[in-house]
Design a protein around this ligand. Structure first.
Ligand SMILES: O=C(O)C(=O)C[C@]1(C(=O)O)C=C[C@@H](O)C=C1
Length: 310
């Protein structure tokens, strides 16, 4: 796969935050971009071979996990995460023609965006109806349709500018400095090389009817000094009480402490799925305690081998 021939699907249309993330991904500046109407169709294009990779949102610093992505990547699709990118999030309120706040009866945007401006909306346009859109950019494009989907839309400043929309308010997010994390997913293949500042994503079905199962799982990380940076429980869909954990941890599968922790958890939950090791977008090097360093694991293995070889 050479960078020039890559095709990446992404949650479109043009001007989504996801497209901004795509530009930061490896090969993103030279790839062919295919916008899709949903996260699921972006991922399906990778399944069918129509795209080499799909860029999808996975986590927002205010609203949390993007469940459509977490569920699709963890359960429904056989895909690995090969890269991540962080995009700062700021929203504008736009309309086709200049419009007073008091005249707005409906506002269209993506559900995740709406969740991030809830307090602002409550205070500023309390009677406006929320119209869900498949993305913030789709909401903005929808204002220009023959039958506009709403009076106003909430989107990224860039798409408002590209479409020549009237900006009614800027910086309307409830929490400033919000960031959304996006991932590039591809069919399982070579794992990106270890950089020393890596993340690994896994999915662990929680063993049922096993008291203390979660504690046992977490102990495998704790005893090997593996730091978790995200842990979320999601229903498997197989009935009430059936859950899996979606976890991001600091480290790479090539590291003994990570591999050893996953091997331990595999014994408790054999359907554990490895979903990729990839460089951290913030390049923050992981802190490794001396007792779980590669040297410590190597010395311990040599010692055991010397006993077994007698
Ligand atoms: O609608 C977009 O522009 C997207 O890229 C989707 C999305 C999301 O799913 O969280 C991305 C970033 C923002 O947090 C809001 C919406």
């Amino acid at each position: 796969m050479t960078a020039a021939t890559l095709t990446y699907s992404f949650l479109g249309p043009q001007g989504t935050f996801t497209e901004a993330a795509l530009e930061k991904m490896p090969g993103g500046d030279s790839c062919q971009r295919v916008p899709t109407a949903s996260v699921l169709s972006a991922l399906t294009m990778v399944d069918t071979g129509e795209a080499d990779g799909a860029v999808v949102p996975i986590e927002n610093s205010v609203e949390g996990g993007v469940t459509a992505t977490l569920d699709a990547v963890s359960v429904a699709h056989d895909l690995h995460i090969v890269a991540e990118a962080l995009v700062p999030i700021s929203f504008v309120l736009v309309s086709k023609e200049p419009l007073a706040l008091s005249a707005i009866r409906s506002v269209a945007t993506h559900s995740h965006a709406w969740a991030q401006v809830r307090r602002w909306a409550e205070a500023t346009v309390p009677t406006a109806e929320y119209v869900p859109a498949s993305s913030t950019a789709a909401a903005a494009h929808g204002l220009l349709a023959e039958h506009p989907i709403a009076d106003a839309a909430i989107c990224a400043p860039l798409v408002a500018q590209q479409l020549g929309l009237h900006i009614i308010a800027t910086g309307i997010e409830d929490v400033s400095g919000a960031v959304t994390r996006f991932v590039l997913t591809a069919k399982p293949g070579p794992i990106p090389a270890m950089t020393g500042a890596d993340k690994t994503t896994i999915m662990i079905p929680l063993p049922e009817d096993r008291p203390g199962a979660l504690m046992e799982i977490l102990e495998h990380f704790s005893t090997r000094g593996v730091n978790l940076c995200r842990i979320e429980s999601r229903p498997t869909g197989n009935g009430l009480g059936s859950y899996f954990f979606s976890i991001d941890l600091e480290g790479h599968i090539q590291e003994d402490r990570v591999a050893d922790a996953l091997a331990g958890i595999h014994r408790i939950s054999p359907k554990l799925r490895f979903l990729g090791s990839y460089p951290r977008a913030d390049k923050k090097p992981q802190q490794v305690l001396p007792e779980v360093s590669e040297a410590a694991f190597s010395a311990a293995k040599t010692w055991i081998a010397s006993l077994q070889d007698r």
